[in-house]
Design a protein around this ligand. Structure first.
Ligand SMILES: C/C=C(\C)C(=O)SCCNC(=O)CCNC(=O)[C@H](O)C(C)(C)COP(=O)(O)OP(=O)(O)OC[C@H]1O[C@@H](n2cnc3c(N)ncnc32)[C@H](O)[C@@H]1OP(=O)(O)O
Length: 719
């Protein structure tokens, strides 16, 4: 797992060999310890280079080992032995040096990086801290403020930035291992006294307390309840205030509390879940590894509203030729200006040229005749979309994939409007489409595996986390959101306030509570959908039927607000009030509170005290129960798919691992018991009735989340 060879006569070359990312597994660590010993004891070796095979230095500790009985030599003494060596050791960094990989490099006396390499102390993203000396060495090397930034965010830096910060000594466009060997030859025999980072004093600003207080406040705010970033600040503080050996003790102490925490488990689950969703499968048996995608060179976007503009930008930024079609004159002119502005701002941020020439605009749908793939992004109206699909089916060349960016509508019905329904899939982007990472790829019963594979691959190329899901109203994300939103409204009816509900959800870790989020998205969006579904009945201000639709409990609160022209941020009033239309800071609105009181009186509801726990249980368990139904229906292939959709598309706090992982952490029996309780209390809310799959999982001993897929398969075969 680490090969030792002698090169250029006197350089000991140690190559990490643990594909695919040269992670520091027990065997790899043993290999390094053995190879270092060999290099140090070989009198012909005057200096040493450590590199990784296949163009990647090291992806850090082996995450798969966490939670198991870890054997083999620990990282800290291994890195100390390298630093203490009396022969110079040079790290040759190609590809990635992340987490323990960068900590290993910081134990070396010199670092040479390829210009395309990326470096980072990424442990915080896994709920940990850089506990192989990273929190103690990095601040000594680059100073406290820069180290805090890297360690608390886990962000990746380019080789150029690493050079600027002083993390690496040389950057090369040539072969980094060859350059490191040359470097090692040049430093052989030189004193290493000034090269051991652990011996450096930590450069510190004069007012350490003030600095750390300020940083801690900022980190707490952005952490949304995650504990690892806080522990990272505490560990760096130890570097700034204690001698190295005591700092190391503090690092280990803090790590011990993180290592076994539920948050670390959740974040590590997300790491693997994110990769697992790429290995998609369909109920037909079609899979990622047996379905060949087609290359897309030219794509079209139909409809340049908010979504269409974002999609066009995202496609152009991927390097594709894009035909952007908008038939309405006013929208066409406005969209052209907006799209160019979005690309220019994006390019400025990345220091690149805006890909303006990648997009051609047209007001005529005939312009899409020769594209490989179309993404329809017209208004969310089935009749309009039907018409567009009928046109596309006759205009486009043979074999063009036809995709719809719908957030809820029936993809199979749209496929039925075309000559080749197998070429039709849904591509559900999230707003703003050029920024948000999530893409739901929706397959209908007639979508071909190739169409799904192509949309999944295109999503990946666009930098999206793509999840393949089945076709049903709202797919996965929005279908689960519906009971969540409804519960929030019912809670208001019963005595809660928007502030109370949002406060509970934000404390849980959501960036925005449900009412702030609705104000941001626009209340009119849901109103329009409810009108389309025949749920809005303006005449029914009171009486028992005012709060019942289709035999189920219904809350008209949202409709009543919309009737008042309160659409949220855009009108300056919604569940909160805003200083002016378009303002973003929600403020307490006395009008809304009187309105709620009047509403309750009108409907004979006596407000009761509702606590945060009830808010969380009702909103989250309703959403989770729908998640189980989605699994039962085969709309999502596994809990990982649902969790990744929620983490990337709905700001579910990553350190809680997604709704299905969260349910497994709470305990399925407890979720079942609470759902039963709430269903008994609210029998007119059918979706609170615990789903059969949940009952069966509990009956089969509540297997851990990574075993659900298998358990579901078994349960299905028993039916
Ligand atoms: C204390 C804690 C310490 C000291 C640590 O070091 S914690 C680990 C810190 N390391 C990281 O955070 C890096 C994690 N890995 C990545 O960011 C990326 O994998 C990569 C940039 C290194 C490579 O990216 P890419 O080429 O796109 O490949 P994938 O991400 O798809 O990964 C390929 C497979 O390798 C598995 N993998 C990646 N890193 C590790 C790791 N550190 N330990 C174990 N396995 C790892 C990854 O899961 C993929 O496998 P599958 O899941 O697809 O089976």
């Amino acid at each position: 797992m680490a090969q030792f060879t002698r090169v250029s006569r006197s350089v000991g070359l140690i190559t990490l060999q643990n594909p695919p990312v040269n992670a520091l597994s027990a065997v790899a660590r043993q290999g390094i310890v053995d190879a270092v010993k060999r290099a140090l004891s070989d009198p012909k070796v005057k200096s040493v280079v450590i590199c990784g095979q296949n163009g990647i230095f090291c992806g850090g500790a082996d995450i798969k080992e966490f939670g198991t009985n870890i054997t083999g030599p620990p990282l800290v003494p291994m890195i100390h032995a390298i630093e203490a060596s009396n022969k110079p050791v040079v790290a040759a960094i190609e590809g990635s040096a992340f987490g323990g990989g960068l900590e290993l490099a910081l134990g070396c006396h010199y670092r040479v990086a390829h210009s395309k390499a990326k470096l980072g102390l990424t442990e915080v993203t896994l709920g940990l801290l850089p506990a192989a000396g990273g929190t103690q060495r990095l601040p000594r090397l680059i100073g406290v403020p820069a180290a805090l930034n890297l360690i608390t965010t886990g962000r990746h830096v380019t080789a150029a930035e690493a050079l600027q910060l002083g993390i690496v000594d040389q950057v090369t466009d040539h072969n980094a291992v060859d350059e490191a060997v040359k470097f090692a030859l040049s430093v052989a025999g030189k004193s290493l006294d000034a090269r051991r980072i652990s011996t450096y004093p930590c450069p510190c600003p004069s007012d350490v307390d003030a600095l750390f207080e300020e940083v801690m406040q900022k980190v707490r705010q952005s952490a949304r309840g995650a504990i690892a970033p806080i522990a990272c600040v505490q560990a760096v503080r130890a570097a700034a205030t204690l001698p190295y050996s005591q700092g190391m003790e503090r690092e280990q102490e803090l790590m011990a509390t993180l290592f076994t925490s539920g948050q670390a488990r959740a974040l590590q689950y997300c790491f693997f879940a994110q990769r697992a969703v790429g290995r998609w499968s369909m109920p037909s048996g079609a899979r990622w590894d047996t379905s060949k995608p087609r290359s897309i060179h030219k794509a079209a976007v139909i409809g340049l509203g908010t979504m269409g503009r974002g999609i066009a930008v995202a496609l152009a930024q991927t390097g594709l030729s894009v035909v952007a079609v908008e038939t309405q004159e006013k929208q066409f002119m406005e969209a052209k200006k907006m799209v160019s502005g979005m690309m220019e701002r994006g390019a400025k941020r990345h220091g690149t040229a805006p890909p303006l020439d990648k997009i051609t605009y047209s007001q005529n749908i005939q312009a899409v005749a020769d594209v490989d793939l179309v993404i329809e992004a017209v208004f969310e109206d089935m009749a309009l979309k039907e018409k567009v699909f009928q046109q596309l089916s006759t205009i486009c060349k043979q074999g063009t994939f036809l995709c719809t960016n719908t957030s809820a509508l029936d993809v199979d019905h749209l496929a039925s409007q075309t000559r080749n329904p197998e070429l039709v899939v849904g591509m559900h982007f999230f707003a703003p489409a050029h920024v948000m990472k999530l893409l739901e790829v929706v397959y209908g019963p007639r979508s071909s595996p190739q169409a799904v594979a192509t949309a999944m691959q295109l999503g990946k190329k666009m930098g999206k986390v793509s999840v393949a899901v089945g076709n049903c109203r709202g797919f996965v994300g929005n279908r689960m959101l519906k009971p969540y939103l409804e519960q929030a409204l019912f809670l208001l009816e019963e005595g809660a306030t928007p502030e109370l509900v949002d406060g509970a959800l934000e404390e849980f870790g959501f960036a925005l509570g449900v009412f702030k989020m609705s104000d941001l998205s626009g209340l009119d969006v849901g109103w329009k959908v409810r009108k389309g579904d025949g749920l809005v009945e303006p005449g029914l201000a009171s009486g028992p039927s005012a709060r019942i639709r289709q035999g189920r409990r219904y809350s008209p609160l949202g409709d009543l607000l919309c009737e008042q022209g309160r659409f949220g941020q855009k009108t300056g009033q919604g569940w909160y009030r805003y200083d002016k239309p378009g303002s973003r800071v929600p403020r307490y609105d006395p009008w809304l509170h009187s309105f709620l009181e009047e509403y309750r009186t009108q409907h004979g509801i006596v407000a009761r005290r509702i606590d945060q726990q009830e808010v969380l249980e009702r909103c989250l368990y309703a959403l989770i129960n729908e998640g189980f139904r989605i699994l039962e229906d085969g709309i999502a292939a596994g809990p990982e798919d649902i969790d990744i959709i929620y983490v990337f598309g709905y700001s579910w706090p990553r350190h809680r691992g997604g709704p299905m992982f969260y349910a497994s952490m709470v305990g399925l029996a407890k979720v079942l018991e609470r759902l039963e309780h709430y269903h008994q209390a609210h029998p007119d809310v059918p979706y609170m009735q615990p789903c059969n799959l949940l009952r069966r999982l509990v009956a089969s001993g509540s297997p851990p989340v990574h075993k659900w897929k298998e358990a579901i398969k078994k349960l299905r075969s028993q039916l």
